[in-house]
Ligand binder design. Structure first.
Ligand code: 5AD
Ligand code: SF4
Length: 436
């Protein structure tokens, strides 16, 4: 077999996967491979996969089918991430030519396939934090550096496959995360986004018994002069501790934007989702946040059509979306997943009803977004450069609320962080002018 030279990687799913994909690429580059965008050119093909909804899993298998036809005959290919963990050895049954199946905590084993290409590699163990130690650092960070602080989840929401695919919650050592943050700042990052399935549950006790929380990580990141913006995702409502709420009031670099999914506005549904079902606690957290940071905005994820969800339950979801005025939110049709309790609950809802409810909820979320975007007209916002649009005539920025803001591309070089006057808005984005 000829020497492996080029790899192709495609990432699906959440920010954690995007981060994993970057670390895998850095690891393979360290082994002397270079990245290619052409499947037909690659000696090693990796799909970094997501299994949170059935659609996501299906997407991976159809991509695998396409790759099988397009790849060089000698190329090795396989899957890493959550579908690998979900499918295990069954993946080899579905696609017999697959060379490796590596779960989200074992992709650092990938180089074994380079040194031993004849063998099949299967590892879906949940080993914990080992991968973080074994992977090389990236030597050039993007403007926004995503840094995992914990992996896995202890919450066991009844619809969610994450506790199965990513395992129980483990927090990374405080010093390791601080080292990653400093490395990101030194190599070009301006914004830090701390990541975790349950990021605000971050808890690490060092060898002297000192406990560190997410607020301590935010304080450390804020000390770095290169870092101008800090955020974190995704938060579990009842783990919004007071130290974390307070820091929204006294750390300006922490953006006034919080992703705190509620999933449903119906206490009856929330109970069966095994989520916090006392909405007064949720409302109280929102009002505490608003009192320390009046300009804060909240985003949420929603699931419609959870088993046995009635019209009344769904109306409560519509109402809470309206009441909290969520922006930048995501809504999904409930999708039964293997290894989850909700998949075998009675009274599963038909696709048709799910679709109608999703449409109604989306209409409300779009209306919230449009209203908020319009309220920004006339304001000056500090925005971070994200890229250039297809026409090459406009620059795309992100506001502190993660809204997209489009400006005409100036004919001079600009800094990535810009003060922009918002001149127009619609439900999808803002328009603005750079303030010189
Ligand atoms: N069906 C639909 N949506 C789901 N999510 C998680 N599991 C499911 C499922 N089985 C959604 C939740 C979560 C987001 C990442 O994906 O809203 O917050
Ligand atoms: Fe899944 Fe619930 Fe954990 Fe989020 S909090 S990862 S939805 S189990």
């Amino acid at each position: 077999m000829s020497k492996m030279q080029k790899f192709f990687i495609q990432t699906f799913g959440c920010q954690m996967n995007v981060y994993d994909g970057q670390r895998i690429a850095a690891m393979l580059e360290k082994h002397g491979l270079t990245q290619t965008d052409e499947i037909s050119d690659a000696d090693l093909i990796i799909l970094n996969t997501c299994s949170v909804r059935e659609k996501a899993t299906n997407k991976v298998y159809s991509a695998l089918g396409r790759i099988r036809c397009a790849k060089k005959e000698s190329a090795l290919f396989g899957i890493v991430g959550c579908v690998a963990r979900e499918s295990g050895a069954d993946a080899f049954k579905r696609i017999p030519e697959l060379n490796f199946v590596l779960g989200p905590q074992s992709y650092h084993k990938l180089p074994e396939i380079i040194t031993n290409p004849e063998s099949r590699l299967l590892n879906i163990d949940l080993t914990g934090l080992e991968k973080f130690d074994e992977l090389p650092q990236m030597n050039k960070s993007p403007l926004v550096a995503y840094i995992p602080v914990q992996e896995g989840c202890n919450h066991c929401c009844t619809y969610c496959i994450v506790p199965y695919t990513r395992g129980r919650e483990i927090s990374r050592p405080f010093n390791d995360i601080v080292a990653d943050t400093i490395n990101a700042a030194k190599t070009g990052a301006i914004e830090i986004c701390f990541l975790g399935q349950n990021v605000n549950g971050y808890k690490y006790t060092d060898e002297n018994g000192k406990l560190y929380r997410l607020s301590d990580l935010i304080k450390e990141a804020a000390k770095l002069p290169e870092i101008h913006r800090i955020r974190f995702t995704s938060s579990y409502p009842t783990e919004m501790s007071d130290d974390l709420i307070e820091i929204f009031g006294n750390e300006e670099k922490l953006l006034p934007f919080l992703n705190m999914p509620i999933q449903s506005g119906s206490p009856r549904t929330l109970k069966r989702m095994n989520r916090p079902d006392d909405l007064s606690i949720y409302r109280n957290i929102v009002s505490k946040l608003k009192s320390v940071r009046p300009d804060i905005q909240i985003s949420s994820d929603f699931i419609v059509g959870f088993p046995d969800e009635t019209e009344e339950d769904f109306t409560e979801t519509l109402n809470i979306a309206k009441e909290i005025k969520y922006i930048n939110s995501y809504s999904f049709k409930y999708s039964p997943r293997p290894h989850t309790a909700a998949a075998i609950m009675p009274n599963q809802i038909s696709e048709q009803i799910k679709s109608v409810r999703l449409q109604k909820l989306d209409a409300q979320l779009n209306e919230n977004q449009r209203e908020f975007n319009m309220s920004c007209i006339g304001q000056e916002m500090v925005c971070l450069l994200e890229g250039i649009d297809k026409t090459k005539r406009h620059l795309v920025f992100r506001t502190q609320y993660m809204q997209q803001c489009i400006v005409e591309k100036p004919d001079y070089e600009i800094e990535p962080l810009q003060k922009i006057k918002i001149t127009d808005a619609n439900k999808a984005s803002l328009r603005g002018e750079i303030i010189k």
